[in-house]
Design a binder for this molecule. Structure first.
Ligand SMILES: Nc1ncnc2c1ncn2[C@@H]1O[C@H](COP(=O)(O)OP(=O)(O)OP(=O)(O)O)[C@@H](O)[C@H]1O
Length: 256
């Protein structure tokens, strides 16, 4: 499903956080939203979910997202937030099962299918051994995978992932990114992630959107967006950029 954001403005606490942001995410593609701290990346995802008031147009496969009821929207778009509210004492299994909420009838219970899907997702993420563990008895990286599990259990066409790899070691980063990519290809998912690791963003995403100061500073294929000058200008960082496999850029920090 194509996600289209046009001329999006968001003001929070009396401050303009996003201004005139337009982003087109083709169906089945992966877009990474990059930018310095405080640029407005998470706000962009939250606006697409209707979690913050916005002006402008947000459509999903041509349908106006704001006209959908929360339950309808939750069947189309899943979101893994950066700092989710994790109820202490809840088990990994029960938390992941919450991803099935948009399919559970009012006053009803989860079906055998909901439970089967939850089990499969835990399996895919290597979380089955943790299924009965309370969320507050997990490491940061394990918790992050559980948040992703809940989003995957929602079985939507669009996945919005806010920093899905920050707390993960290099092996789990690769596993999570590969898993997301496999799901994208096998299930035709449309993926939007915010991500700080620019090399990782460039390795996996089809397109990058660089947000800086609440505006789109650049967008396009990784090789065009991730230039030494752009990184210096928007992140105030010195890097060297070399072409990696498939011409995708590899960034290395350089000491000033
Ligand atoms: N509820 C709020 N009220 C006022 N300002 C807010 C609110 N929420 C976020 N902001 C501000 O909006 C700006 C963008 O925040 P956002 O979380 O979208 O940035 P980000 O690009 O995701 O940053 P990071 O990389 O640090 O996670 C920041 O300056 C932040 O302080």
């Amino acid at each position: 499903m194509t996600v289209s954001v046009r001329a999006l403005d968001v003001a929070l606490g009396g401050r303009q956080v996003l201004e005139g942001v337009s982003v087109e995410v083709p169906a089945g593609s992966w877009t990474a939203v990059i930018g310095p701290n405080g640029a407005g990346k998470s706000t962009l995802l939250r606006a697409v979910l209707g979690l913050v008031p916005s002006r402008g147009e947000i459509t999903l496969a041509g349908a106006d997202l704001q006209s959908l009821k929360p339950r309808q929207r939750a069947r189309l778009v899943a979101y893994a937030p950066q700092s989710p509210n994790l109820p202490a004492g809840m088990t990994v299994y029960d938390y992941t099962l919450l991803g099935r909420s948009p399919y559970v009838p009012h006053l009803g219970r989860e079906s055998a299918r909901d439970r089967a899907i939850t089990g499969e997702v835990l399996d895919r993420l290597g979380l089955t051994p943790f299924a009965d563990r309370p969320l507050d008895h997990l490491s940061g990286g394990e918790r992050q995978r559980v948040v992703l599990a809940r989003a995957l259990a929602q079985q939507t066409s669009v996945l919005l992932l806010d920093e899905p790899t920050t707390a993960l070691d290099i092996g789990h980063q690769q596993q999570v990114m590969e898993l997301i990519d496999r799901l994208r290809l096998s299930d035709g998912l449309t993926v939007v992630t915010t991500i700080h690791d620019l090399t990782l963003a460039g390795q996996y995403a089809d397109g990058l959107v660089l947000i800086s100061g609440g505006r789109v500073a650049a967008s396009g294929p990784p090789g065009l967006v991730l230039t030494r000058d752009a990184v210096e200008e928007h992140f105030d960082a010195r890097v060297s950029v070399t072409p990696g496999p498939g011409g995708r850029p590899i960034l290395s920090l350089e000491r000033p």
